[in-house]
Ligand binder design. Structure first.
Ligand code: MN
Length: 297
């Protein structure tokens, strides 16, 4: 640090895009795939790998189990943010539970886990609006085979900070204005939910050299003279620290920011490793039952 006050500068928009096509993940999650493991995209979004947004959708009451059956993961973390509705999960370690509206589940797949993800029985029975985000967060090479674990983060554990005049920012990971998020992460990450009742302007301070992504879920966002709306993804330069946001009434969005993991990445279906050899090992380990399975529970 120099004797001069900490230097602050604008984090500039690098590019943006909109996703209009929805696809089904299993029969329960009708998602917009907003971030994906394409090698061309990764340098701008690492440590994040994938983001699927199940935008608000009504589901009729049913006795059917809707979701995704048994499948493995290795080499990264899955983070599920439930906004409306409920997800029930069960895994090969014997763990399981519910992710309720407002909760976040941070699952470290590490060396391997097999799990299933469904609408909860209660939600399926009552029916209603479902809204969720699932993120895949990469692990650095040294932690890819770490022991699997869960962080079940309940809504009330997440600090809510007032920003601007009318806006609330939930600190899920990292810190914001001295408020620390409950998620423990392997690499430095900030993850915020942002909600504005009324139109508002404020500045979000992020970290120099972090990749930063904003998703607009509802409402409008004005930035550098352009207006962004539902399902727009904004990707920022690593350089700079401050983003001046101008949001409309009823704005809802997510801010992701993190130190890039600048290591080789090979993604194949549910496995994200550093080399092709490690992917082949992951496939063999899964096939041999070394990541466990649900039937044994
Ligand atoms: Mn999964």
């Amino acid at each position: 640090m120099s004797a001069v006050a900490k230097q602050e500068s604008k984090k500039k928009l690098k590019f943006s895009y909109t996703v209009k096509q929805r696809r089904w993940v299993g029969d329960g999650f009708h998602v917009y795939n907003l971030l994906n493991p394409a090698p061309e995209l990764n340098p701008y979004i690492s440590p994040f790998i994938l983001m699927d947004y199940a935008a608000p959708q009504h589901f009729e009451s049913t006795k059917a189990k809707k979701g995704v059956g048994e499948h493995p993961h290795r080499g990264f973390e899955t983070v599920t943010l439930a906004y409306q509705g409920e997800v029930e999960h069960r895994d090969s370690s014997g763990g399981g539970g519910k992710i309720k509206a407002g909760d976040v589940q941070w699952m470290t797949a590490g060396k391997g886990i097999v799990h299933e993800e469904f609408h909860s029985q209660d939600f399926a029975k009552s029916g209603g609006t479902f809204e969720m985000i699932q993120l895949w967060v990469n692990l650095p090479k040294k932690d890819k085979l770490t022991k699997p674990k869960y962080q079940s983060i309940e809504g009330q554990m997440i600090p809510q900070v007032d920003v601007g005049r009318q806006s609330k920012l939930r600190v899920i990971a990292g810190e914001f204005l001295g408020h620390k998020g409950p998620a423990s992460t392997f690499t430095p990450i900030e993850m915020y939910d942002l909600d504005s009742e009324k139109a508002d302007d404020f500045t979000v301070h992020l970290k120099e050299h972090h990749n930063t992504i904003i998703l607009v879920m509802r409402g409008k966002l004005e930035l550098e003279g352009e207006t962004y709306s539902e399902r727009d993804i904004l990707i920022f330069d690593r350089a700079g620290t401050d983003i001046d946001l101008s949001v409309s009434d009823q704005f809802k969005g997510v801010i992701l920011s993190g130190e890039p993991i600048d290591e080789p990445m090979v993604a194949h279906g549910p496995f994200v490793m550093n080399t092709e050899e490690e992917i082949i090992t992951a496939i063999k380990d899964y096939q041999a039952g070394r990541m466990g399975n649900l039937r044994r529970n």
